[in-house]
Design a protein around this ligand. Structure first.
Ligand code: FE2
Length: 382
């Protein structure tokens, strides 16, 4: 049993069932009307601006008709209907959950080395021809922030076919893609054998490339495994260990810079741990090679800032946080570059390794996933 009541001034209405109570403001309801004069029937885009809605908009009357709520607005005299399911799905007077700073969205699952046995992996050929398999794999990429493909083509530029599965390449000053070729032999082993500290790529860009793809074409050298670390898990662990450390990295901007080639001077000013206004953890930037001088931390907090930066680095370096996997020719992986850090382990033998990399963006990946989900029967997707 559901009932509707309108407050005496018509400023809001309340829908009540035996188990729930949802209130909506007149201005919110009017702005969210779905009639053909308010929203374009074809693409759903809003046809009016807020200035077209009278400031003194109020609810003149409201009536339940089956699964629909019909509302008449004064002073326009406009009558419009709302689906009750839509209202429930978009209700906003829920108990404000007491989110801890650094909370993550419901679809995000943080991980550590224990994910090693279950790296989200899919067969390239299957992904190319099976929408359900692609949807499931993209769902895992959204959940864990990375995913691997195997059994792909071994040919120059194959990574573009990989990106075509979910989005679009982001071209940068490094080109549409970049080459990662390594010759490993005894004379240069000391150099190439060095692993890199896990990092997010290109934090000096604004915005950063939100997806990175690496794809293997040749791999005869021993070692050189790829490693990923969940930056969100690292940030949460830092918060659990020392809230001051978490706060100082979230509350102050770092600076990043790359000006290592002629005609290029890329700079950005963003925090290492980025939070939304409601405390949601939305991005991690961590890259020792491109951090510029930090100048936006007050003098009396700089020592704490550096201690926090050092501790975050130690957490990232902790083997308990890392997942490693080897890329063989025809295999590649994608990472959410706003969340998951990546690195290459050191080499221990001779041989060559040839990878190609490129950037893309996760709005495209998420759009592909969400659009495919809408076309799938419920329960068929991750
Ligand atoms: Fe990198």
């Amino acid at each position: 049993m559901i009932s509707v009541t309108v407050d005496p001034l018509g400023e809001h209405l309340t829908l009540k069932t035996t188990s729930s109570r949802r209130s909506f403001h007149a201005i919110w309801l009017r702005d969210n009307a779905s009639d053909a004069e308010t929203r374009a029937p074809g693409n759903g885009q809003r046809l009016i601006a807020l200035r077209d809605i009278p400031t003194d908009t109020r609810i003149a009357s409201a009536e339940l008709k089956g699964n629909t709520l019909e509302v008449c607005f004064a002073p326009e005299g406009k009558v419009t209907a709302y689906d009750l399911g839509w209202l429930e799905a978009n209700a906003y007077d829920n108990e404000q959950s007491s989110h801890q700073r650094g909370w993550t969205a419901p679809g995000v699952e943080t991980w550590d080395a224990r994910l090693m046995g279950t790296v989200p992996t899919a067969d390239f050929e299957v992904l190319s021809g099976d929408d359900a398999a692609l949807t499931q794999w993209l769902g895992l990429v959204n959940k864990y922030g990375f995913g691997k493909v195997v059994n792909g083509p071994v040919e120059d530029g194959a990574l573009f076919k990989f990106v075509d599965l979910f989005g679009y390449v982001r071209e940068t000053n490094y080109g549409r893609h970049f080459e990662v070729r390594t010759e490993v032999n005894p004379t240069n082993l000391a150099f190439t054998g060095l692993g890199l500290q896990a990092h997010t790529d290109n934090p000096y860009r604004d915005p950063v490339p939100t997806v990175q793809v690496l794809y293997c074409l040749e791999s005869s050298a021993a070692g050189g495994e790829n490693m990923v670390v969940d930056g969100f898990a690292a940030a949460k662990r830092l918060r659990e260990e020392n809230e001051n450390y978490f706060d100082v990295l979230a509350d102050h901007c770092a600076r990043f810079e790359f000006s290592g080639e002629a005609g290029v001077c890329l700079t950005s000013r963003r925090p290492m741990i980025e939070l939304a206004p409601d405390g949601e953890l939305i991005a991690v930037r961590f890259n020792n090679r491109s951090m510029a001088a930090i100048t936006d931390v007050p003098f009396d907090k700089m020592a704490t800032y550096y201690a926090a930066y050092r501790r975050l680095g130690e957490i990232i370096d902790d083997e308990a946080m890392e997942v490693t996997f080897r890329l063989n020719p025809g295999e590649g992986f994608v990472v959410d570059n706003t969340r998951v850090l990546h690195a290459r382990k050191g080499y221990s033998g001779e041989g060559t390794r040839w990878l190609q990399g490129c950037y893309a963006d996760k709005d495209g990946l998420r759009s592909t996933y969400d659009a495919m989900c809408r076309n799938m029967p419920l329960g068929d997707t991750e």
